[in-house]
Design a protein around this ligand. Structure first.
Ligand code: CAA
Length: 302
């Protein structure tokens, strides 16, 4: 089966990026959000990102401006927006990127299972909820898998393809082909909490928080250390603000529950920042204060 029409459920940061890369790759893409307000926000984010990509193509890749504008218009033309889940019924692939809540995801999949054609493949962009457990509420566990993208989706080249216990080889093959079509390199992982990247990334981020807790170095110096010492595009504390302190806290709760290992135990400072609403860039304050977004200032964290 060739994937020609994609449904994206949830148009936040991840969903909008996923919809954007699908439309750019020539796929008819329908985006569903729960309200017109969220849908409008998502559409604005997608259009803004497409405009940024067009500007880059013209300025950096020296693409013909008329051609670049035409391609952007074509991408926009491939996108449609709805609040009705029924409008996704004839999609070949549905990618879900709603909040990381198992119950809400399972409710959604039950509804999609009743609506969509039997051949539709379902994928979750979850970073740590069991794919097998989500697929189990549908009658198509063989056509159910994880597709875990990275933020910002239009820029990061990786996607983790997650095989649930019952995911078929045919489904994996389709998803590898889809990943290539949308310009990503796929790595395949078993359905274990955190898959590959977060199993490695989360302990690293937590060690950086422990350096702050122990007063080993300043926030700025820890970030500078990893950027200049190891060539990372962002330091660990900048990355935590980028991913979200709340998101990382919830990931840690799930990973600790799964592995019962100190490696994934949330450092007390992470929990306190989460409780204090210091969620990073999205709330304007985290390890840094983003009052002036061009010049973030390290926070004084007691
Ligand atoms: N479409 C296409 N290209 C775009 C774009 C878009 N919408 N937005 C930006 N770009 C391009 C830019 O043109 C630029 O290209 P060049 O390098 O060729 O100039 C490049 O992407 C970088 O963009 P910017 O110059 O605007 O920004 P930057 O240099 O400050 O980089 C960043 C920003 C890409 C976010 C970089 O800091 C980075 O890679 N950070 C690390 C991000 C990361 O680790 N993400 C993974 C988080 S973990 C996760 O997501 C999973 C989880 O489960 C927690």
């Amino acid at each position: 089966m060739a994937i020609a029409k994609v449904g994206v459920v949830g148009c936040g940061l991840m969903g909008s990026g996923i919809a954007e890369i699908c439309a750019k790759a020539g796929l008819s893409t329908i985006v569903r959000e729960v309200s017109d307000e969220f849908l409008k926000k998502g559409q604005e984010r997608i259009n803004g990102s497409l405009a940024k990509a067009m500007k880059r193509a013209i300025e950096k890749e020296k693409k013909d401006p008329t051609m670049a504008q035409m391609e952007m218009a074509q991408s926009i033309g491939r996108l449609s927006y709805t609040t009705r889940l029924e409008d996704l019924k004839d999609c070949d692939l549905v990618v879900e990127a709603i909040i990381e809540d198992k119950g809400q995801k399972q409710d959604l999949y039950k509804q999609l299972d009743a609506l969509c054609k039997p051949s539709t493949i379902f994928c979750s962009n979850t970073s740590n909820i069991s794919i097998t457990e989500l697929g189990a509420v549908t009658r198509r566990a063989d056509k159910f898998a994880g597709l875990h993208f990275f933020n910002p989706v239009p820029v990061m080249k990786l996607v983790e393809v997650i095989k649930g216990v019952l995911t078929s080889d045919a489904t994996l093959g389709e998803l590898k082909g889809f990943s290539e079509k949308v310009g990503k390199t796929a790595i395949v992982a078993k359905d274990t909490c955190g898959f590959v990247v977060n199993v490695l990334l989360v302990p690293y981020l937590f060690d950086a928080i422990r350096l702050v807790e122990n007063g080993v170095a300043s926030i700025r110096d820890i970030d500078t250390g990893m950027k200049l010492g190891c060539g990372y595009p962002m330091g660990p504390l900048e990355l935590l603000d980028f991913v979200g302190i709340d998101t990382t806290y919830h990931i840690s709760v799930n990973m600790f529950e799964e592995f019962k290992s100190d490696r994934y135990a949330a450092p007390p400072l992470l929990k306190k920042m989460h409780l204090a609403g210091l969620h990073g860039r999205k709330t304007g304050k985290g390890f840094y204060d983003y009052t002036d977004p061009a010049n973030p200032v390290p926070m004084k964290l007691a």
